[in-house]
Design a protein around this ligand. Structure first.
Ligand code: PLP
Length: 507
């Protein structure tokens, strides 16, 4: 493909994307395809001779689009939002155009330095403690990882390596493998699956401590676990708290966890993958309590900040702890400016060597929306979730399972779990809206997250009408089934009576 054809294809692709996003409400949020649909439609081998881009674009409409779950639809209410905006898409396109590698400053100075700039902008926007800023004198700073999962894994691995080094000095009688075999980490039983996975990948068990009835993990649960484990000869390494759990967006008590971590030389990491966006709002300042005492935290711009996947911000109070733990060098990676604090070589802050120019889409998004636009976006999600919460409260057939938190409402149909389960099944079959279920204390519930690129109050009304209508038909069906079951048992009773009479007659 030459530059001229690229211009044509690129412009057609931009039109395609704009049309798609502008008309996203025309599609059911869930696709109507069966497993294997695409495998049957596509040839088993790549074409031997080149095809034209217009043929490919036609096939995107014909075979790819029907198999898309429309995450940018305002009728998407599953998981948490995965954000996008036009500026961010353009940023991604430009980054692809440059196609650079940013693992060290010299590989592309703009990539590293822009990341330093936007991570400081973001830290200030979110009102994070100053020690997380690159511009601050200390060893702290921020980096963009691919996902919250990677950020958590980086924290877990760094905490592990720091603990091993510390213990080798304080307990020379223990071998390294003896130390590694005793390490233990903690999180809440409400935390995201990626935290347990980080433990698996780091070969360090992560104990999932019971959160309170309000789904919050507090220092007393951590204290008790640490005391038990230390008595059993284990070595506590890291606690991963959540600000905004995946199930109900509960906020762990960072202050009380920090007190226990500080006493026990335990690294405290905060996973604020979704809720971190709310740190920017004065009315949510409570959420930031205790952040000045944590060692690291992560927040997904691709959830709440109109920057598309992948873009997970991570801040470290002392980046040297990660750099020391991960520093594996080769002569070909060295350059004459390395080691200068203003220009980190981000390869030491992450798992892969190569790194994308993610800061570009962040910078473009921040500049074209401004702090004002970003705050308005987060507030819009909260307002729409409040609208939904009020609708749930006004219908006595439903109940809330937890207080609304930011853009998430957790609710269920009153009565046994079967009703909520059937309701979800119907909604999934109809494909008009998409939610996922979760469970708390044996109660099944539905998570309604405000998502999509540009959700509006009318979209919330649409979802609610769909939910109400489907619950009405689930209940009607249950009544019909109950009546049928009653009639059947009456008939059986009657027949058994007849049977006795027959026997009596025969006798
Ligand atoms: N942490 C929380 C609280 C989440 O809700 C999620 C995903 O929704 C994750 C972590 C994982 O995020 P990622 O897909 O960026 O790894």
């Amino acid at each position: 493909m030459d530059a001229q054809e690229f211009r044509e294809f690129g412009k057609a692709a931009v039109d395609f994307v704009a049309d798609y996003l502008e008309n996203i409400r025309d599609h059911d949020v869930l696709p109507s395809v069966e497993p294997g649909y695409l495998l049957d439609l596509l040839p088993k081998q790549m074409p031997e001779t080149p095809e034209t881009w217009s043929e490919v674009l036609k096939d995107i409409n014909r075979v790819i689009k029907p198999g898309i779950t429309h995450w940018q639809s305002p009728n998407m209410h599953a998981y948490y939002p995965t954000s996008v905006s036009y500026p961010s898409i353009v940023g991604e396109m430009l980054a692809s155009g440059f196609s650079i590698m940013g693992f060290s400053w010299i590989c592309s100075p703009a990539c590293t330095e822009l990341e330093v700039v936007v991570m400081d902008w973001l830290a200030k926007f979110l009102n994070l403690p100053e020690h997380f800023l690159h511009e601050n004198e200390g060893p702290g700073g921020g980096v963009i990882q691919g996902s919250a999962s990677e950020a958590v894994l980086v924290a877990v691995l760094a905490a592990r390596e720091q603990a091993v080094r510390r213990l080798r000095l304080s307990h020379p009688e223990l071998s390294e493998s003896e130390i590694r075999g005793k390490l233990i980490a903690y999180s809440s039983d409400q935390s995201n699956s990626c935290i347990e996975k980080a433990g698996v990948l780091a070969a360090m068990p992560i104990k999932l401590l019971p959160a309170g009835a309000d789904l919050v993990l507090r220092g007393d649960a951590l204290k008790q676990a640490i005391e038990q484990d230390v008595a059993a000869g284990l070595i506590p390494v890291i606690c991963i708290a959540s600000l905004g759990t995946t199930g109900t967006c509960a906020y762990d008590d960072i202050e009380s966890l920090a007190s226990i971590c500080e006493k026990n030389q335990v690294w405290l990491h905060v996973d604020a993958a979704y809720a971190g966006g709310a740190f920017a709002l004065e009315e949510c300042s409570e959420l930031r309590r205790g952040l000045d005492r944590v060692d690291s935290l992560n927040f997904n711009l691709h959830k709440f900040m109109l920057v598309n996947f992948d873009c997970a911000a991570m801040w470290l109070r002392d980046a040297n702890k990660v750099i020391d733990s991960f520093n594996v060098d080769r002569i070909y990676l060295k350059h004459k400016h390395e080691g200068q604090t203003q220009i980190p070589d981000f390869r030491h802050w992450q798992i892969p060597l190569g790194r994308r120019f993610r800061a570009l889409k962040v910078w473009i998004t921040f500049r074209t929306l401004g702090a004002e636009g970003l705050r308005a976006h987060i507030r819009k999600h909260i307002t729409l979730a409040k609208q939904f919460e009020d609708l749930v409260k006004a219908d006595e057939r439903f109940e809330l399972i937890a207080p609304r938190a930011l853009g998430l409402v957790c609710f269920r149909a009153k009565g046994d779990n079967e009703i909520t389960s059937q309701l979800l099944q119907r909604l999934m079959e109809r494909k008009k809206i998409y939610m996922v279920k979760a469970e708390h204390c044996g109660q099944l519930f539905l998570r309604f997250a405000v998502c999509g690129m540009d959700p509006k109050p009318s979209d919330i009304d649409f979802a609610w009408t769909e939910i109400q209508t489907q619950l009405t038909s689930v209940c009607a069906e249950q009544q019909v089934n109950a009546r049928k079951a009653g009639e059947l048992s009456e008939l059986t009773h009657h027949l058994s009576g007849l049977h006795v009479t027959n026997e009596t007659l025969q006798r």
